[in-house]
Design a protein around this ligand. Structure first.
Ligand SMILES: Cc1cc2nc3c(=O)[nH]c(=O)nc-3n(C[C@H](O)[C@H](O)[C@H](O)COP(=O)(O)OP(=O)(O)OC[C@H]3O[C@@H](n4cnc5c(N)ncnc54)[C@H](O)[C@@H]3O)c2cc1C
Length: 748
C-alpha cells in the first residue's frame, strides 16, 4: 500500500507516524514544501522574544531523524501542485523547479492555513511581517536583531497577536495593539477580555480597540500606521496578525468539495468528497458538536487528533469517527493566563440560542497558603437544564486545569450540576476544599433555581437610574475608595439594623466586591419581604473591569507616581497576598496607622484591584504613593505616610493668601468673585473661596448623585436653581437672554 501525506507539521507528521505504527510494510511519502517538518510552530513567538533561547529547540525532528525512526520517505522542499483523483496521481515540484509525478493508493492532506494579508496601500513595505512558519520567524528575528526597535505595532489581538505583543515587549519595545473588534481575544466575551485590557495597560501596552488600519506608509526610517480614525502610529516594526484562512488551493483545483466556511469538506471519517483522499487540521471544516454547524478551528490539538484518526481510517478502512472539537484554547498574556472552551455568550446570542451566564472570582488555591492568586471564571449554560455551553477563565495559576476539566464535561454533555459533583485533588498549595469550578457550579445552580435573583453587569450598566436603587453592601472604606455612581452604602454587617432605609417599592440592585456578600444581602432582604432585590453577578470586580475606560496611560508610566527607589528611613513590609478585597486595603490602612509620618509601607497583594484601590486610597487620604508595580500577579505598592490633605487647613486669615466669600447665586456676582480669585491666584497667592448656602448653587453640577431628601430638602430643590447653568443675572436677566449673553461673552 502506498500512502502520500501532504504537509509535514502538526496533522501531517502525526498521520505519518501513526500510519507507520498501523502498517509496518507500507510505503509512506511525506511531502513538505518548506525546509522543515515536525517543528513547534506554537513556540515561534517565544523564540522571537528570547524566551526560547536556541533555535534548534524548535525542531522536534529533522527530516533525516524522522525518516530513519519511522521509515518514512520525507521530501522537504517538495510541493504538491496538482491532484488527479481519477488517476490517483500527484504532481510535485521541487525547489529547483523540476516537476515529477507520484501515484498513491491513499492520500492525506494536511496543508494548514495561510495568514490573511489584506490588499492595502503600503502592505509590502519593509518591516511589516506575518508569522506562520520558521521562515517568517527567521525574517522577524533577523530584522529585530539588526534594527533598533523602539516602537512595535501589532495589528490584530488574537492569540498569536498577543503572544507577539508580549514577546516584542521583552525586547524593550513599546507596543501598540490595534484591533478592529471591541475586545482582544475573539473566543471570549467582552467582560472577561476587559480584565486582559487592564492588564495590558498596566504593562504599558497601548490599546487601540474598534480601530482599523487604513494604510501603511514610510515615514523616514519608520512606518506610519494610518488608522481609519485619523490617528497615525509610528512603528519600527509591524506584525500583522489578523487571522488565517484554510489553505485549499490544491484540493479546490482538484474539484474536492469546499464547505460553506471555506474549509475542505470532510465526513465523520475525515474523508473528503473524493474517495481515498482524507484531510485534517487547519484546512478542514467540521460540524461543531454543540451547534451542529460547520466551523473552522485553528488549533494544534484537533490537528493532531484528526491526524491520528485519519491514519487509522486510511489503513483499516472507515471505522473510526471524529467527534469534533469545541474549541479549547489557552494563551499566556504577560502574567495572565486566558483559557476558554466551548461557546462564548456572544456566539450563542448571534445564533439565537438561549443561555445564562455566571461570573465568579476565586483564589487559585487556599488564600492562607502563600501565593494564592485570583482566578475569574465565566460559565455559559442552557437555562432549561443547565447543560454547559462554554467556560472562560482569566487568572494567573490553574486556569488551564479548570478549563480542561470543564472541556471534558462539555464534550460529554455535562451540566453545571456536574461541576458541583466533580471530585478534585485538594491540598492548600493546589486548590481549596471547594474548588473555583465547584463554586462556579453552585452559583450557576442558584441562578437557575431562582434562589439568587440576579442582574448582569450589562443590565446594571444599561439600567435607567431613576428606576433602580443601587445598594453597595461593601464596607464604608471600600465604598469611599470607589463605587458605582449613584449607589448608596449599607455594609452587609449593618444591613439588618438599617433595613428600613431601603424602600420596598423600588428595584434594588445589590453589589459587593465579587458577588458573595451581595448574595448574603439578597437572602436578608428576601427574608424581610423585599421581592425585587437582585444581586449583581461577579460584583464590582466584574462591573469595573467591563466598564473601565481604555486609558493608554500605564500605571508604570503615570507621572503622578514618583518612581523613587531611594531607601527611606524606615519601611514596614506587609504581605497581603491571598486576601480578597477588602482584605488588602484594610491591611494597608491598619499598617499605615501603625507607622509614623515620613516612614514608608511596602505592601504586596494578589488582588487584581489592589493597585487601583491603593492609588484611590492615597488620593483620598493624602498619603504619598511612591511606587506601584506588578509582576506575575503580585501588586506591590510603596506608600509614604503623609499628613492628610484634608488636615492641611486653608490659610483663611493673615499672612499670605486671600479668602473670597461667595454669598450670592447671582451670575454676575459669581463671575466677579471668580475673576477676582483667579487674579489673586495668578499673583502666586494661596486662594480659598468659601461658599455660603446661596453661594453653593454656583457649583451645582448638572449630573447629580441621587440622595434621599426629606420634604424640606425637596422643596428647596424646587425653589433653588437646579444647576450652575440656571443661575440668573441680578439685573437685565430678561428671561434668560441676559445670562446667556454674559456666558457667551465670558467664553469668547
Ligand atoms: C505562531 C503560531 C503559534 C501557534 N500557537 C498555538 C498554540 O499555542 N496552541 C494551539 O493549539 N495552536 C497554535 N497554533 C496553531 C497550530 O500550530 C495549528 O493549528 C496547527 O499547526 C495546524 O496543523 P496543520 O497540520 O493543519 O497545519 P500546519 O502545522 O500549518 O502544517 C501545514 C504544512 O503543510 C505545508 N504545505 C501546505 N501546502 C503544501 C503543499 N501543496 N505541498 C507540500 N506541503 C504543503 C506547509 O508548508 C506547512 O508546513 C499556532 C500557530 C502559529 C503559526
Amino acid at each position: 500500500m502506498k500512502y502520500i501525506i501532504i504537509g509535514g507539521v502538526a496533522g501531517g507528521a502525526t498521520a505519518a507516524t501513526r500510519t507507520r505504527r498501523n502498517d509496518e510494510s507500507a510505503e509512506i511519502i511525506l511531502l513538505e514544501k518548506g525546509k522543515y517538518i515536525s517543528y513547534a510552530n506554537c513556540g515561534l513567538p517565544y523564540y522571537i522574544g528570547g524566551v526560547i533561547d536556541e533555535r534548534e529547540k524548535l525542531f522536534l525532528q529533522t527530516p533525516q531523524s524522522f525518516g530513519t525512526r519511522f521509515s518514512v520517505d520525507v521530501r522537504v522542499e517538495n510541493e504538491a501542485i496538482k491532484i488527479s483523483p481519477q488517476t490517483k496521481s500527484l504532481k510535485i515540484r521541487k525547489s529547483d523547479g523540476t516537476e515529477y509525478t507520484e501515484q498513491y493508493d491513499k492520500l492525506l492532506l494536511s496543508p494548514g492555513a495561510k495568514p490573511v494579508r489584506p490588499n492595502m496601500e503600503g502592505i509590502d513595505l519593509d518591516g511589516i511581517f506575518v508569522l506562520r512558519d520558521v521562515n517568517d520567524t527567521d525574517k522577524i528575528k533577523n530584522y529585530i536583531d539588526n534594527k533598533n526597535i523602539k516602537n512595535a505595532v501589532v495589528v490584530g489581538a488574537g492569540f498569536i497577536g498577543l503572544e507577539m505583543a508580549e514577546n516584542l515587549h521583552h525586547t524593550g519595545a513599546h507596543i501598540s495593539i490595534v484591533e478592529m473588534g471591541s475586545h482582544v481575544m475573539a473566543p471570549i466575551d467582552y467582560s472577561m477580555a476587559a480584565q486582559v485590557h487592564q492588564h495590558l495597560l498596566q504593562k504599558g501596552v497601548s490599546l487601540y480597540l474598534e480601530q482599523a488600519v487604513e494604510r501603511f506608509s514610510k515615514d523616514g526610517e519608520q512606518i506610519s500606521v494610518q488608522l481609519q480614525s485619523g490617528e497615525a502610529l509610528r512603528a519600527d516594526i509591524v506584525i500583522l496578525s489578523i487571522g488565517v484562512r484554510p489553505e485549499v488551493t490544491l484540493p479546490q483545483k482538484a474539484g474536492l468539495r469546499i464547505g460553506e466556511t471555506g474549509g475542505i469538506w470532510v465526513d465523520e471519517y475525515l474523508e473528503t468528497s473524493e474517495k481515498d483522499i482524507y484531510a485534517v487540521g487547519d484546512a478542514i471544516e467540521f460540524p461543531h458538536p454543540l451547534t451542529g454547524k460547520p466551523w473552522l478551528n485553528y488549533l494544534a490539538n484537533p490537528a493532531n487528533r484528526q491526524g491520528w484518526i485519519a491514519a487509522n481510517n486510511i489503513v483499516f478502512g472507515n471505522k473510526e469517527k471524529y467527534e469534533g472539537a469545541i474549541g479549547t484554547s489557552i494563551a499566556k498574556v504577560f502574567d495572565l493566563t486566558v483559557a476558554s472552551t466551548g461557546l462564548a455568550a456572544k456566539r450563542l446570542k448571534q445564533m439565537n440560542i438561549p443561555y445564562r451566564s455566571s461570573w465568579t472570582h476565586s483564589n487559585s488555591h487556599a488564600g492562607y497558603y502563600p501565593d494564592a492568586l485570583p482566578l475569574s471564571l465565566k460559565l455559559v449554560f442552557d437555562p432549561a437544564n443547565g447543560k454547559l455551553y462554554g467556560a472562560q477563565c482569566v487568572g494567573y495559576n490553574g486556569a488551564d486545569k479548570r478549563i480542561d476539566q470543564i472541556a471534558l464535561l462539555i464534550k460529554n454533555s455535562g451540566t453545571i450540576y456536574d461541576l458541583m459533583k466533580l471530585e478534585h485533588t485538594y491540598a492548600p498549595p493546589f486548590s481549596s476544599a471547594k474548588d473555583p469550578i465547584a463554586i462556579a457550579g453552585y452559583v450557576a445552580a442558584n441562578i437557575l433555581s431562582g434562589t439568587m435573583p440576579y442582574v448582569t453587569w450589562r443590565e446594571l450598566h444599561d439600567a435607567n437610574p431613576s428606576e433602580i436603587l443601587v445598594l453597595d453592601v461593601r464596607t464604608k472604606d471600600e465604598f469611599l475608595m470607589e463605587h458605582i455612581s449613584g449607589a448608596i452604602n449599607i455594609p452587609l454587617d449593618d444591613l439588618r439594623e438599617r433595613i428600613n432605609e431601603i424602600p420596598k417599592d423600588k428595584t434594588i440592585y445589590i453589589y459587593c466586591a465579587i458577588g458573595l456578600r451581595g448574595y448574603l444581602a439578597i437572602k436578608i432582604l428576601l427574608a424581610s419581604g423585599y421581592s425585587n432585590a437582585k444581586n449583581v453577578l461577579g460584583g464590582y470586580k466584574t462591573y469595573w473591569a467591563a466598564t473601565a475606560p481604555i486609558c493608554n496611560n500605564p500605571i508604570e508610566k503615570n507621572p503622578m507616581i514618583e518612581q523613587n527607589k531611594n531607601t527611606p528611613t524606615k519601611t514596614l513590609k506587609v504581605d497581603a497576598c491571598g486576601l480578597q478585597c477588602p482584605g488588602p486595603i484594610l491591611r494597608l490602612k491598619q499598617s499605615i496607622d501603625s507607622i509614623s509620618e515620613g516612614e514608608r509601607l511596602e505592601i504586596v497583594a494578589t488582588d487584581a484591584g489592589f493597585s487601583r484601590d491603593a492609588q484611590a486610597w492615597c488620593n483620598t487620604t493624602g498619603n504619598k504613593m511612591i511606587s506601584n508595580t506588578n509582576e506575575k500577579g503580585k501588586y506591590t505598592v510603596v506608600i509614604e505616610k503623609s499628613v492628610p490633605q484634608r488636615e492641611q487647613k486653608a490659610n483663611l486669615s493673615g499672612g499670605h493668601g486671600k479668602t473670597f466669600i461667595m454669598f450670592s447665586d447671582d451670575l454676575d456676582k459669581a463671575l466677579a468673585t471668580f475673576v477676582l480669585a483667579n487674579g489673586a491666584a495668578a499673583t502666586g497667592e494661596k486662594v480659598s473661596v468659601f461658599f455660603t448656602f446661596w453661594g453653593l448653587n454656583v457649583i451645582k453640577k448638572t449630573k447629580k448623585t441621587k440622595v434621599q431628601k426629606d420634604i424640606f430638602g425637596r422643596m428647596f430643590g424646587l425653589m433653588l436653581p437646579s444647576s450652575s447653568l440656571k443661575l440668573k443675572l441680578s439685573k437685565m436677566h430678561m428671561f434668560g437672554i441676559g445670562s446667556r449673553m454674559m456666558r457667551h461673552k465670558k467664553r469668547g
